[in-house]
Structure formats: structure tokens, C-alpha cells
Design a protein around this ligand. Structure first.
Ligand code: BTN
Length: 258
């Protein structure tokens, strides 16, 4: 495990990572960050772990990651934006992570709605956004990021869909460099996201999204909706052109069919 000094050495951020909590093992960095945020921890604080016993993914799934090989961290933000725009924070996280991963791997990173990052069509990074609201405002937003950095093998059920930076770049990567690139980009992009300016973030996300124009299925509780993905709605939903007209979805398990 890295020391705090090692991880922060050379990091030049204004906000993100100014407070850092490190764990060899933890239940979930998101759960820990939410507890800290509930106790008024300042924004920019980062929780980093080498291993999670109860790593959380989207849609109630678990996030499994080999000990000491990857990146597992969560960051607390307190943006001054209305509740209705909270869904757009996911694109802030995805674009920050995509820019960081492109700079360290020199590979093209694709964005899959809502917040998966892929290289060569396989997922290398997942993001879990957990918001807490106070009336119509965001009290805090915890952004949890898992990056497969140096893991070489995945469970057989993930083999065809998951990858790591090592597998794509063909060489082991320095986890500290990847983390610092991520924190640096989050720090930079947050200047806009903090006050609800999402235009440039959405432009970068749209540029990397490979779903538009393709037939896409979104499985939601009890039903699946299929249509051509045609873009994002102003509040970050995925717009589909279906046989019965245009529909916008806000959550679900997404498969690009053809
Ligand atoms: C997904 O793709 O389903 C989202 C995965 C998010 C995983 C990260 S790992 C660090 C942080 N802590 C968690 O428990 N989950 C997120």
C-alpha cells in the first residue's frame, strides 16, 4: 500500500485530494465517503483503498477488484447546483476519468451511457454516483471510481466484457500516476461542474460516445425498452427512438444490440 505522502507527491490540485483517507481494506470507499460527508467532511476529500469487501456497482451489483492491482476511490463534492441537474454530475466524472485514462494509456476511451468507460469495446472503469439532497439542492455528491489498472484475469462471466489498462496498453502501469491523473482531471473539470456549467463536459462525453445511431436495449425493473440511441436529454437521460416514438430513460442495464 502507498503512503499518503507517496500518493500526494507531485499532485498539483486546488481541491481534490487535499484531504486523503487511505485503507488497506474497507467495505466500500463510497460508503466511507458518504459517512464522512454526512459528518460535514469538506469537498475534495478522497477515500482510497487497496481492497473492498463490499464494493458497490450500479443497480445494486457488486464491484469486485483484485487486491492492490487497481484503483478504488471515492471523492466528496458539494456543487452549487439544483437537484434536477444532479444526473449531469455523472458526465463530469466520466469525462474527467476518460481524459485521465487517455493521457496515461494513449488509447481512445469510449463513453457508454450512463457512466462506463471502455477501451477497445471492453469496460475498464466504472463510476458510482451517490447524491444526498437538501430540499432542491445537492448536499453532497460522492463519486466512486473503480479502474481496472493492472489486473490480468477476470471472472469467466466478465471475460468478454471487462479489460484492464494493462491488457490494453500492453504493459504494467503505475497506479499512483493513474490516480494522480484522475484527481488532476476531476479538479480541473470541477471548476465548471461546481456551478452547473456542463456544456464543455457534455461535448467531450458526446465525442466519445459510440452508442448514438445504434440499436440499444435498456433493461429496467420489469421491462426492457429498445430503440435507436439518438442523444442525451438536457438532464442527462438517454433518448431512444423506439417503434412507438421517442422515449428518455434515466436508469437501467444498457446493451448495444447492433
Ligand atoms: C459500475 O460500473 O457498476 C460502478 C462501479 C463503481 C465501483 C467503484 S470502486 C470505488 C467505489 N466504491 C464502491 O463501492 N464503488 C465505487
Amino acid at each position: 500500500m502507498y503512503s499518503k505522502e507517496e500518493l500526494l507527491d507531485g499532485l498539483d490540485t486546488k481541491l481534490v485530494g487535499k484531504k486523503l483517507f487511505l485503507f488497506d481494506s474497507i467495505d466500500s470507499t463510497n460508503t466511507c465517503a458518504k459517512t464522512l460527508a454526512d459528518a460535514d467532511m469538506e469537498e475534495g476529500a478522497v477515500v482510497f483503498a487497496d481492497y473492498q469487501t463490499e464494493g458497490k456497482g450500479r443497480l445494486g451489483r457488486s464491484w469486485v477488484s483484485e487486491q492492490g492491482k487497481n484503483l478504488l476511490f471515492s471523492c466528496i463534492f458539494r456543487p452549487s447546483i439544483n437537484k434536477e441537474l444532479s444526473g449531469l454530475l455523472t458526465f463530469f466524472a466520466a469525462v474527467s476519468a476518460a481524459l485521465a485514462l487517455e493521457s496515461v494509456t494513449k488509447k481512445t476511451v469510449e463513453c457508454k451511457w450512463p457512466n462506463d468507460l471502455l477501451i477497445g469495446g471492453k469496460k475498464c472503469c466504472g463510476i458510482l454516483l451517490e447524491n444526498s439532497f437538501a430540499q432542491d439542492k445537492i448536499a453532497y455528491s460522492v463519486i466512486g471510481i473503480g479502474v481496472n489498472v493492472n489486473q490480468k484475469k477476470f471472472d469467466s462471466n466478465l471475460n468478454s466484457t471487462a479489460t484492464s489498462l494493462r491488457q490494453e496498453a500492453g504493459k504494467e502501469l503505475d497506479r499512483k500516476k493513474v490516480l494522480q491523473a484522475m484527481l488532476q482531471e476531476l479538479d480541473m473539470q470541477y471548476k465548471n461542474a461546481a456551478t452547473g456549467k456542463f456544456d464543455s463536459i457534455l461535448k467531450e462525453w458526446n465525442k466519445r460516445c459510440t452508442m448514438f445511431g445504434r440499436t440499444t436495449s435498456v433493461a429496467r425493473e420489469g421491462s426492457t425498452i429498445t430503440g435507436k440511441a439518438i442523444g442525451l436529454s438536457p438532464d442527462g437521460g438517454l433518448m431512444l427512438e423506439t417503434a412507438s416514438g421517442k422515449e428518455t430513460v434515466y436508469a437501467g442495464d444498457v446493451t448495444v444490440v447492433s
